[in-house]
Design a protein around this ligand. Structure first.
Ligand code: SF4
Length: 1494
């Protein structure tokens, strides 16, 4: 057995249930060639010997010929659970690999499909080297690409390929060189026991179980895959059956491969590596290569003839491709790289691996050194003895001032014909430079791909390029005409064949008649028409002379094979589609394919002719329903382009492939083209997708998304398609109305209205009668718009709903009915997503609304601006819009509707009165009484969620959007996860019609704020890998990660749990993270209190298994099959969030009074013994600006409880709130309102009756401050604690201040704790005396020991706010430090530098940084505008009071300066600033929550 091919066949036979071997179509024997392949020969022998596989089962062998679409059965066999392999013998791959792409896509897209395809790579005889062109074309199918060379390696890697595929569920393409003369070859057979060690039965069982469960999942609606960056390989469930918690999935996949390599070495002694480094790791020159040619270079390096002292990286696993993994192997001094590839028949200007390497350095996420010069090189003909000299020349070229980047070793053997391969040749032997001067031009690759796929069937009716736009030959009309004529000609030809077959008077041989009949049947099938055509031609050639009736078809033999008819156009075709030939093709229904190449670079798209907006041809065509549409980009996913071209051609009807190839000119560098492509694809400007209506006819999902983000218009189209199919299928409310035979006149009228609305709906798909536009910045106006849309649909009115700025305003005159829902932003301004619309409407008189009926509902707050003169801002946008529409001739449906936040039910009050009038005006009010749905409350949502499951798991799988559905975003809060979007990017993305830049905030519970160094390291690493690189310590002693993308959520949560922290109940209507004083200087008491905080946290944690099910396990979410119980919470949990803090006097750093439930530790007189706790209830910070029904409140005293009663007391307090909290109004649902509505005495007696005993009277204690104690302190246990200042809790490396790195270094050596303080600072706690110097040194080195700040700064605190918090009205965390700097120059001047004054800022009135107990507080109202509050208690014992509203920075400074100056002069001894401003009359003291606004 001396052929690598037979080694692969042998291993495949040993480990498979079924082996497909693919034979060329017409194998012919010769002295030099086997009549059947070596593989087939091997397999047949095994069958004859009745050999069994290693599992003692029979292995089936099926021989398939290349013309029988050999991969078509593979998917069906694999998903049955069989272990299936494919062998592609020598001289077969060229024919079979490219057509296999659609099948490989399908297999790789399944979440768990093990199969190995062994490919014997064909040798290019001119170059005398294997040609990987076709294998490389498969690089984005989602399969693993694994290469081996020589017989022993092929034996070994064949087995490793199978082991890998079974363990991971990912298909593997194992391609090998069939060179049996490799001198280094040995030939050790693999024994069965070695095979069984690598492929254990347990792995197979696990794989089959995963397969069975995932097939089901894959059948759901809107399945999509991500191909451009091999992301689907990154699905962790594919790796080890999902049993391991994974880090970066690609890197981990490769580390799984390496584990198998090591396991293999342990069994055989032979070690392989995914990536291998050979040479001197100090060299500055490097060759990166893959393939058989590497052995010559290896010999050169190891043989001492290495003139350039270059080293080599040999790639063995080419996909998945991991930049990080590659960079681990690169010497850091590298400055010249040659990427040497065995790709002979190039279609693109740059070779595949070269593109990968350039892209990797372009990202250079993992590369911090100087970027090297990189050149692409391919093999021509070369002599082994001169290869050293040639490589030397290549590197010298890279040292020149203008190096060539497209090179060849030896003679270039490809003679250029402009269509295939490399044009021209340059002699590079003996020291001359070897550039490929005529590499394929940048402009031509799509044309070359068409040739590669369709070969002699390709017919291009026109050619267009950047330069000949406007020529007749380049117009779609011209090409369309040519193709119509061609189609007609072939139809006539088919008619002629039909006549001959039917004409009984003509005597033709039976086999010919049969063949012609079969041809007629398959004339539209590319392969079959060619097959039957060729057979017919053979017969015809034999008898044509004696049969004149055959003359017509004999003269047109070329029409037998179905041609691939293509039109090629430029993006200029995108203008004015309706009038162009593109429209004719789309609407013709003819089997014509159009390829439209858009070459406009992404970064110039807006600058270029902004007035003339390009239409989205793809969307336009998809709306026709029966047009195949694909959007592709060659330099993002080459394989997807091939796939789309094949699908388009196969589709029986019009097809459009939109291809992206951004460039400025032919001289563009690789980086330019790659960067432009990546930007366009990653931002969703140029999504990769395929829309295949043929699939829909088969009952399958027609849309496949091949990239991550899509444009909002495309999303809307898909949403509409989805909705319509559901509506047409289900319509229960209307069918009920239709079939109801009740007699009353009203019912009859309803019946007729329902019918006409239903017909209107079905008939009105292309012209919906109601357009609902919203302008919304906090979701309320949008929410109302969506409710209206729902109401409209329930009434049979086909309604569309979108943001005002998303609507193409030039179309507005075609609308019949428009309803606007618009809120008020800033100083009576239109919200962000309505400004462009308003700008146009308000500045033109040319738009006439005379044929349009309109209605406007405005949302505002009549008390938002307290000054009387500012009432003009109330609902200003709604009022202005209404007047403007009237002025432009619009017909009002009803009077302007106004919603006021100050009304009893807020804006709902006005809306509920207005909405019925709208339906009446539209003539559909009666239907509403039948079909109106009750508005769902948050409690309904919780109740229906099956204990917090909802559809979160399904949403995580949906790669078409970076977001979760609205209901699930509410549920994920209970799991500690908030959906957010980068508000800094909103406008830009909106301008590009992109989905918002969604990401997630993940909050990690840390009871008492105490975590270990190991946990710190884990959080640090997670923040780098999955979040935005920074770590936020929150005001409630939790860790917060920002910027986690949906696809990384599961991995993130798993890794958090792996380090024994979790996110469950970090948000949501449950008890949140229990805060506790970190108090290192009273450690004995603290330890007891800390233990209590943990116990309390555990006791009040939700019990649902949904968290584990969704985030930590791989089993499918079980829906109603799992019945959880929440003994404390019940299915609807609490009415609102519930917060607990425990304080240890004299420090009130936790702000115990700001919490729903507070415990204040009471100790004996010597602070030695903890006696129990004073209990406070009903604190809470959140309120709404100027809404007096909402206010902050400090907790009331409930009494004293003993230590063993404390958990019980907490539980009962929470349960009373569970049962009596307001579940109808979330703004009134916190415990503070329950108590204020019913009195503290009532609340106490309710708690005590549940406890079964009375609480004692509260005991004496004293608080001194609510800040942190910075610097070193020594605890009672003799250990040291250092509290450092972390501005606003943001841990990251700042320029010159590498805080995050420093803390990482400390965590590596520290054995004590990392304690998060309630003021967002950090304590390095429990440092033994002897370790202190080391810690001190690190603190100093990383500038973490700096405490030389003003008292103001040390006592400052800000919430996150912009850009991530969706509720923020103004900056906070990013702005407070700047404002403090400006205040510092004031206080330093007046001598208050060291005075501690608490100063806090939040971006909205929700109060996350507890601003209402600060001595000075700023609460955001609008960008750059804040309300200023003064007079909070220094130790959190008193609420502050509004001093001035709506101040900008200069006004703030102007207001505060004299007050601070006066304080400096007039303060009494020990008098705090908060007390001073009350004493001196700047504000009145706030005595209770209800008094806050007075
Ligand atoms: S206070 Fe408002 S702006 Fe700040 S983080 Fe909380 S919700 Fe966001």
């Amino acid at each position: 057995m001396n052929f690598p091919e037979s080694a692969a066949a042998s291993v495949a036979y040993a480990v498979s249930n079924l082996v497909y071997v693919i034979e060329p179509n017409n194998p012919k024997s010769s002295a030099f060639k086997h009549s059947i392949s070596v593989s087939t020969d091997t397999l047949i022998k095994y069958k004859e010997q009745a050999k069994k596989n290693v599992f003692d089962e029979e292995t089936e062998v099926e021989i398939i010929h290349t013309n029988a679409d050999p991969f078509s059965n593979l998917y069906a066999s694999v998903v049955k659970g069989s272990l299936v392999s494919v062998i592609i013998p020598l001289n077969t791959s060229k024919t079979i690999l490219i057509p296999a792409i659609p099948h490989l896509y399908k297999i790789a897209n399944n979440r768990s499909t093990s199969t190995v395809i062994h490919v014997a790579v064909d040798r290019n005889h001119a170059n005398n080297i294997e040609d990987y062109t076709d294998v490389m074309a498969l690089r984005q199918t989602g399969c693993v690409l694994l290469h081996s060379s020589g017989i022993q390696e092929t034996w070994d890697l064949s087995l490793i390929a199978h082991a890998l595929s079974i363990k991971t569920g990912v298909p593997v393409i194992h391609f090998f060189d069939n060179d049996d003369n490799n001198s280094s070859n040995t030939n050790n057979y693999l024994e069965n026991d070695v095979i069984k060690k690598l492929i254990e039965e347990a792995d197979i069982i696990k794989y089959k179980e995963t397969l069975a469960s995932t097939i089901k999942q894959n059948e759901r609606y809107f399945r999509s895959i991500v191909l451009s960056s091999d992301e689907h390989i990154t699905d962790e469930s594919k790796i080890n059956g999902g049993s391991n918690v994974m880090e970066n999935p690609k890197d981990n996949f490769l580390s799984t491969v390496d584990k198998i390599f090591i396991q293999f070495k342990n069994e055989t002694g032979r070690l392989y590596k995914s990536i291998e480094f050979i040479g001197d790791d100090k060299s500055d020159s490097l060759i990166i290569t893959l393939g058989s040619g590497s052995r010559h270079i290896k010999e050169l390096i190891q043989g001492g003839k290495n003139l350039q002292n270059f080293s080599m990286v040999k790639i063995r696993v080419y996909r998945p491709w991991s930049e990080k993994y590659l960079f681990d192997f690169l010497p850091k001094e590298i400055n010249k790289i040659i990427v040497l590839e065995q790709v002979v028949a190039r279609t693109t200007k740059w070779t595949p691996m070269y593109l990968d390497i350039v892209a990797a350095f372009q990202n250079h996420l993992y590369w911090t050194n100087k970027l090297p010069i990189i050149a692409s090189c391919q093999y021509g003909t070369f002599k082994i003895e001169s290869i050293g000299l040639e490589i030397n020349t290549l590197f010298q070229n890279l040292s020149s001032s203008e190096p060539h980047r497209n090179l060849v070793i030896g003679h270039n053997t490809q003679k250029g014909n402009g269509t295939n391969g490399i044009n021209g040749s340059t002699n590079g032997i003996n020291g001359k430079i070897n550039p490929i001067d005529n590499a394929p031009t940048l402009e031509k690759p799509y044309l070359k791909m068409l040739l590669e796929v369709f070969k002699d069937r390709l017919f291009i009716a026109n050619v267009t390029s950047k330069t000949n736009v406007g020529h007749l030959e380049s117009t779609p009309e011209f090409g369309f005409g040519v193709l119509l004529a061609k189609l007609q000609k072939r139809d006539e030809f088919a008619n002629a064949v039909t006549q001959i077959v039917k004409n009984t008077s003509v005597s033709l041989p039976e086999p010919l008649l049969k063949t012609l009949s079969q041809w007629l049947l398959y004339k539209d099938d590319a392969d079959q028409s060619k097959k039957f055509g060729n057979t017919a031609i053979e017969y015809i050639n034999k008898i044509k002379k004696s049969n004149p009736s055959l003359t017509i078809i004999n003269n047109q033999q070329n029409l037998f094979a179905k041609p691939a008819n293509w039109l090629i156009g430029s993006d200029s075709w995108a203008y004015d589609i309706g009038a162009s030939g593109v429209h004719h093709v789309i609407s013709s229904g003819k089997d014509i394919n159009i390829l439209i190449i858009d070459s406009q670079p992404y970064t110039t798209r807006t600058a270029a002719d902004p007035e003339k907006r390009k239409k989205d041809i793809g969307l336009y065509a998809m709306n026709y329903g029966d047009v195949y549409v694909a959007s592709v980009a060659i330099y993002s996913s080459y394989t997807q382009v091939l796939h789309a071209l094949m699908e388009a051609e196969k589709y029986k009807g019009p097809s459009i492939v939109l291809a992206y190839l951004p460039y400025y000119n032919e001289e563009d560098t690789t980086i330019t083209v790659l960067k432009e492509t990546k930007l366009a694809v990653d931002t969703g400007y140029w999504p990769l997708y395929r829309w295949n209506p043929a699939l829909e006819k088969e009952g399958k999902e027609p849309f496949t998304l091949d990239s991550e983000r899509i444009k909002s218009e495309l999303q809307s189209f898909l949403d509409r398609e989805n909705q319509l199919s559901q509506l047409v299928n289900t319509r229960p409310e209307l069918s009920e109305a239709l079939t109801n035979s009740l007699e009353s006149e009203v019912k009859l009228r309803q019946k007729s209205l329902a019918k006409s609305a239903y017909e209107k709906l079905l008939g009105g798909l292309s012209g919906p009668p109601l357009l609902i536009l919203f302008g919304s910045d906090n979701g309320n106006a949008e929410g109302l718009a969506k409710r209206l849309q729902k109401g409209a649909k329930a009434r049979g009115v086909n309604a569309r709903c979108m943001a005002m700025d998303d609507y193409p305003i030039e179309d507005i005159i075609t609308e019949k009915n428009i309803v606007f829902s618009v809120c008020t932003a800033g100083q009576g301004e239109f919200p962000q997503n309505a400004r462009e619309f308003w700008k146009t409407i308000s500045s033109t008189t040319e738009i006439s609304f005379s044929d349009t009926q309109f209605a406007v509902f405005g949302l505002g707050d009549s008390k938002y601006w307290p000054r009387e003169e500012d009432i003009i801002y109330y609902n200003k946008p709604g009022k202005e819009l209404f007047s403007r529409l009237e002025l432009l001739g619009g017909n009002k449906l009803l009077d302007l509707g106004l919603g006021d936040d100050q009304d009893e039910d807020g804006y709902e009050t006005g809306f509920q009165a207005w909405e019925p009038q709208l339906w009446k005006a539209l003539g559909v009010e009666l239907l509403g009484t039948v079909v109106e749905e009750r508005k769902k409350t948050d409690d309904d949502m919780k109740d229906e969620s099956n204990f917090l499951r909802g559809t979160i798991a399904e949403g995580l799988e949906d790669t078409s959007t970076g977001a979760l559905c609205e209901r699930d975003t509410k549920l994920t809060k209970f799991h500690g996860i908030y959906q957010q979007d980068d508000r800094d990017l909103r406008d830009e993305r909106k301008a590009q019609k992109l989905e918002k830049a969604y990401s997630f905030m993940v909050r990690v519970r840390v009871p008492g704020g105490v975590s270990t160094p190991k946990q710190w390291l884990a959080m640090d690493e997670i923040s780098e890998k999955h979040a935005n690189g920074s770590l936020k310590m929150t005001t409630r002693q939790a860790y917060q990660l920002h910027g986690v993308l949906k696809r990384n959520l599961r991995t993130t949560i798993r890794e958090i749990n792996k380090c024994l922290l979790d996110t469950l109940a970090a948000c949501g209507d449950v008890n949140r993270n229990v805060m506790c004083n970190p108090n290192p200087y009273l450690s004995e008491i603290h330890n007891q209190v800390f233990e209590f905080s943990k116990k309390l946290s555990a006791h009040l944690s939700p019990q649902t298994s949904a968290y584990h099910e969704i985030w930590l396990e791989d089993k499918i979410v079980a829906g109603q099959a799992v019945q959880d119980v929440e003994p404390l919470y019940g299915p609807t949990y609490l009415p609102r969030k519930f917060k607990i803090a425990i304080a240890v006097p004299p420090s009130n750093d936790v702000d115990v009074y700001a919490h729903d439930l507070g415990f204040i530790a009471i100790t004996d007189d010597h602070n030695k013994k903890l006696l129990g706790y004073n209990v406070t209830v009903g604190g809470g910070m959140g309120m709404t600006h100027n809404n007096k029904k909402t206010y902050p409140k400090l907790g009331d005293s409930l009494g004293f409880c003993k230590l063993d009663q404390a958990v019980d007391v907490a539980e009962k307090v929470m349960l009373v709130q569970r049962d009596f909290g307001d579940r109808t109004n979330r703004k009134h649902a916190r415990l503070k309102y329950t108590i204020d509505d019913r009195s503290i005495d009532w609340f106490r007696s309710e708690v005590e009756s549940r406890l079964g005993y009375k609480l004692e009277k509260s005991r004496e204690f004293q608080f001194k401050d609510n800040s942190d104690r910075f610097g070193w302190t020594k605890g009672l246990n003799g250990k040291w604690h250092f509290c450092m200042y972390i501005e606003n809790g943001r841990v990251k490396d700042f320029p010159g201040l590498p805080f995050k790195t420093g803390l990482r270094e400390i965590a590596k050596i520290h054995k004590g704790d990392f304690r998060l303080t309630p003021n967002q600072h950090l304590v390095i706690s429990n440092v033994p005396e002897k370790e202190k110097p080391k810690i001190k040194e690190l603190l100093k080195k990383y500038k973490l020991d700096n405490l030389q700040f003003t008292g103001l700064r040390l006592n400052s605190m800000a919430c996150v706010a912009l850009p991530t918090c969706g509720l923020a009205m103004a900056e906070s965390e990013r702005y407070l430090p700047l404002l403090v700097s400006k205040l510092e120059s004031i206080i330093e001047e007046i001598g208050l530098k060291n005075d501690a004054i608490t100063i806090r800022m939040t971006g909205c009135p929700n109060g996350c940084a507890r601003p209402y107990v600060a001595e000075i507080a700023f609460v955001g109202k609008a960008p750059g505008t804040y309300n200023v509050y003064l007079g909070g208690g220094f130790y959190g014992q008193r609420l502050n009071k509004l001093y001035r509203d709506n101040l900008k920075e200069d006004e703030i400074l102007k207001e505060l300066k004299p007050i601070l100056a006066r304080y400096a002069k007039e303060k009494l001894d020990g008098e705090r600033f908060g007390d001073f401003v009350i004493r001196t009359g700047y504000v009145k003291a706030t005595t209770c929550g209800k008094d806050f606004h007075s």
